[in-house]
Design a protein. Structure first.
Length: 299
């Protein structure tokens, strides 16, 4: 005999509606360890690491599950962590998890950008002035802990946003996790910011150095033909993938940044057999685990 279904509730998660300075609304989902209600921080360490996620609607539950899995392992290398996913007010019955507003929020202000692009600095301000203070207050109010190291994760346009934030506000996070960054956007504009970042910080020994993780799928540049895909459509798709140089661009930027010595550590990995969509799970799990457990990571 079946009983009535009830809506799924996640006791270790919260959802808040926050407004930016220009009154734009965002959904901010916050995920804690499963035992957060009874969590007592170690006496010698009352700080918790936090990872902030762009495109929050599409990755929050995946990240929260990853956090819970790692903490459930016997002998886990960390005792707590917080997930903060920044997304949009998307209807719960919508089939979409990505919002068109992301094109504005996640792309840098640059000549040649479209009317719906170029608002990354506005989004940076929202995260720094609105979201971060809110998370600090929630952590203090709920468990009396303060925020320790912080990371920023983004995929695709979100990965581009991570690089833009790294190059223009390198002290904002301890670690930047750029998954399949859209370096191709606007004729590879981000490379001008990269060059300025390398030049401006060269030789500054007392400057705080952030860390960077770079991930990309092995099928993002030369994809296989899909089952039943017409040859003409496949050739057009393969041409576009080759032109965007997803793997080569990420590899090249890794080589230049590693040689610049402007980063504390840098990690680069190609996930063979993964495409632009499937690599999200790989990069999110690896980035989160490395940041929470294996910090500071090694090149």
């Amino acid at each position: 005999m079946l009983s009535w279904a009830t809506p799924l509730k996640i006791g270790s998660a919260e959802e808040w509606l926050l407004k930016s300075k220009c009154t734009k609304e965002y959904i901010v989902q916050v995920g804690f360890p499963r035992d957060w209600a009874s969590y007592t921080p170690p006496p010698n360490n009352t700080s918790v690491p936090v990872i902030y996620l762009t495109d929050g609607n599409s990755v929050f539950l995946s990240a929260l599950e990853a956090l819970h899995r790692r903490l459930s392992i016997r002998g886990s290398l960390f005792s707590a962590g917080v997930i903060v996913a920044i997304g949009y007010p998307i209807p719960s019955d919508s089939s979409k998890v990505f919002n068109p507003r992301r094109a504005w929020d996640l792309t840098p202000p640059a000549q040649g950008s479209g009317e719906t692009e170029g608002g990354a600095d506005e989004f940076i301000e929202f995260i720094n002035d609105r979201v971060k203070p809110f998370i600090r207050q929630r952590s203090a109010d709920t468990r009396g802990v303060h925020i320790g190291r912080e990371a920023l994760y983004g995929h695709s346009f979100g990965g581009l946003f991570c690089l833009h934030t790294l190059f223009t506000c390198p002290d904002m996070f301890d670690c930047f996790i750029a998954s399949s960054p859209s370096i191709w956007w606007n004729e590879e504009f981000i490379l001008t910011e990269e060059a300025a970042f390398r030049e401006n910080r060269e030789g500054k020994r007392d400057t705080r150095k952030p860390s960077l993780m770079l991930f990309v799928g092995g099928q993002e540049q030369n994809p296989p033909q899909r089952r039943g895909e017409p040859d003409e459509e496949y050739e057009e798709r393969r041409k576009q993938h080759n032109e965007r140089r997803m793997i080569y661009n990420v590899r090249d930027i890794h080589c230049r940044l590693e040689a610049s010595r402007n980063l504390h550590n840098i990690l680069f990995h190609i996930y063979k057999g993964e495409d632009h969509g499937t690599v999200i799970s790989c990069s999110l799990n690896r980035g989160l685990t490395t940041f929470f457990e294996d910090w500071p990571f090694q090149n």
